[in-house]
Structures are given as structure tokens and as C-alpha cells.
Design a protein around this ligand. Structure first.
Ligand SMILES: Cc1ncc(COP(=O)(O)O)c(C=O)c1O
Length: 315
């Protein structure tokens, strides 16, 4: 059956399955109401259900602090403004709901928070935003979840699906309409890979279906410009770390040829932090092991997550 084959490949690259039991009795926050995960639901009239009309952020909680919280909320608010959402909840309100959700679940560390803001309820089904007569829906879903990727390195394939350019759907809007990514992920699953490398419509590397891409050549880093990928928070942190460490990092057009010939490759994202890549299509990257620069930058990233961030849980 096709739905069985979707589930079949879930273990490659993922370390999260063990968290399932801890998450069995999660409390989810929907518009300020704290409810058990089995009772949580949103209306069929909600804009997310009607048209994937929502924006979202993935945040990570490290020892009571959310790393880069304000950078994530900046992106959420910019995305909501770009989509003309009205009555967007204030930042204080969003942070307060995150705190209530974490307190309700007694959470402090090793937590991933998926924050979703939809355009809200419609008075009747349809895509027209004028059918929205009430304020946006805010969903705070916090789960026990360790960084999702295996430390031994990822295997990628290059997807046939392309990332759209800004004139089609601007990735600066961090929207929850993930079908473009999901189609690429299905391709990766079917190929037995962890994720898919995605190109833009010109044929240059955009990112993967879920993370940003970096390559290392002769001790220097290169990453695609923000053309067909969102402005990533982890990506920006790696660029910041490079500036401090005096490691050259350029934003430029990269093709799969650059990737195949790289000394190292790694991906970045809040969910999985930095994850080394050891194979892309039929090409082993360098010696097929996670590289030294990737490990060094992962350690520097870990030092930051251990010491920075906004306190949201009383210790
Ligand atoms: C398409 C896409 N690429 C990359 C990322 C990683 O971005 P960040 O480092 O901000 O988590 C995300 C995360 O939300 C994403 O949705």
C-alpha cells in the first residue's frame, strides 16, 4: 500500500523515534487554550486547512533558553506582514504563550517548538482573505526532540523538483505551504536518501528540502545567496561564527559540480543544527566522513546555544 511505503524509510537519518513515548501526553496551545494533544484540533474553517495560509517558525529550547528567539519572531512577523495578516499577536503575547506551553509541559531542555500563525478562521470556505473576519490562529507545539540528523553524515540526492524564484513564491516569506519540499522529500525517501538537494530554476543550488547548504573548499566556506531559500537563522549564525573566527565565507551561486568537488559539505537548520553530508547522488564527498571544519563549526555552534538565548523557563 502506498501509505505503508511512505512510512517504510523513516529510520534513515532520524534519531527521534525514541522521543515518541515522552511526547505521548503533550499539552498543545491553540489560541491560548492548553489542551492534551489528543484533544487538540483546529477548525475546518481555519486558513491553514483551507489553503495552507499560515506562517511558521521552528525554535529550539536549550536549558531554559530559546536560541535566537527574537530573530525567529522577526522572521515570523515579517512573513505575516508580507501576507497581509491582520491583528497579528504582539511579540509579548507570543512569548507569553510559549512560556505557558513550556510550563504546562514541564519542559526545560531538548525541546523543539513549532510555532504556527494562520490567517485564522474564515466565515465560509474559500481562499479570499476577505472571508477572514477574526484574528489569526496561534499554535504552539512543543515536543521533546533531539537534533534530528545522524552524526555520521547525511546522504542526499538532487531533486528533480526546483525551488521557486521570488517572482513565483518568495522564500523570504516563511510560509507553511510545504508541498514543494514534501515532493522533494518523497523523492529522497524513495531513493533511500536522508534528504534532497534542491536547485533553483536556473540550476544553481538553493538548499535542501529542509535545511541550508554550505560547502567547504580549501578551508573556506561557500553558501548559496538568499534567492530561492529562506533567510535562515542557523545559516546566519554560521556566517557570524565564521566572521569571528576569521574563516572566509562567501554567499555565491553554487552548482552541483561545486558540491561534488567540495572538501566538505554540511546543512544547517534549527531542527538539526549542523549536519555533515557524506554523499550527494553518486558522489562521495571527500573521504566520505564528516569533515574537520564541519566538526569545528558544530562545536562553536554548540558553545553559542549553551550560553546565548532568551530565558523562557524559570530554572
Ligand atoms: C525551507 C527551509 N530551509 C531551511 C530552514 C532552516 O532555517 P533555520 O536555520 O532558520 O531553522 C528552514 C527552517 O525553518 C526551512 O523551512
Amino acid at each position: 500500500m502506498s501509505f505503508m511505503s511512505n512510512a517504510g524509510n523513516i529510520t534513515r537519518g532520524f534519531m527521534n523515534i525514541a522521543c515518541t513515548e515522552k511526547n505521548r501526553d503533550l499539552i498543545v496551545n491553540i489560541n491560548g487554550r492548553l489542551v492534551h494533544r489528543d484533544e487538540a484540533g483546529i477548525s475546518p474553517f481555519d486558513s491553514a486547512v483551507q489553503g495552507g495560509d499560515a506562517v511558521w517558525e521552528g525554535l529550539r529550547l536549550y536549558n531554559g533558553r530559546i536560541f535566537k528567539l527574537h530573530e525567529h519572531l522577526d522572521r515570523l512577523e515579517r512573513s505575516a506582514r508580507a501576507l497581509s495578516f491582520v491583528e497579528v499577536p504582539s511579540r509579548e503575547k507570543v512569548i507569553d504563550e510559549i512560556k505557558r506551553t513550556l510550563a504546562g509541559n514541564n519542559m526545560r531542555d531538548g525541546v523543539h517548538i513549532r510555532l504556527t500563525l494562520t490567517r485564522g478562521l474564515k466565515v465560509t470556505s474559500g481562499m479570499d482573505p476577505r472571508l477572514n473576519q477574526s484574528r489569526p490562529t496561534l499554535i504552539v507545539l512543543a515536543e521533546h526532540k533531539a537534533p534530528v540528523y545522524v552524526k555520521s553524515g547525511l546522504i542526499l540526492i538532487t531533486s528533480k523538483i526546483r525551488r521557486p524564484p521570488p517572482e513565483i513564491l518568495d522564500a523570504r516569506i516563511h510560509h507553511a505551504n510545504l508541498l514543494n519540499s514534501i515532493l522533494a522529500k518523497i523523492e529522497a525517501n524513495n531513493a533511500g536518501a536522508d534528504d534532497a538537494l534542491m536547485l533553483d530554476t536556473r540550476g544553481f543550488v538553493a538548499e535542501t528540502n529542509a535545511t541550508h547548504a554550505f560547502i567547504v573548499r580549501k578551508g573556506e566556506l561557500a553558501t548559496p545567496r538568499v534567492v530561492a531559500c529562506p533567510p535562515g537563522i542557523t545559516r546566519a549564525t554560521v556566517i557570524e561564527i565564521c566572521a569571528v573566527e576569521k574563516i572566509r565565507c562567501v554567499e555565491m551561486e553554487l552548482s552541483v559540480v561545486d558540491v561534488y568537488g567540495a572538501d566538505e559539505m554540511f546543512c544547517t537548520g534549527t531542527m538539526g543544527e549542523l549536519a555533515g553530508v557524506i554523499k550527494v547522488d553518486d558522489h562521495i564527498i571527500a573521504d566520505g566522513k564528516v569533515g574537520r571544519m564541519t566538526k569545528r563549526l558544530s562545536d562553536l555552534y554548540a558553545q553559542r546555544t549553551a550560553t546565548e538565548g532568551v530565558q523562557v523557563v524559570e530554572l
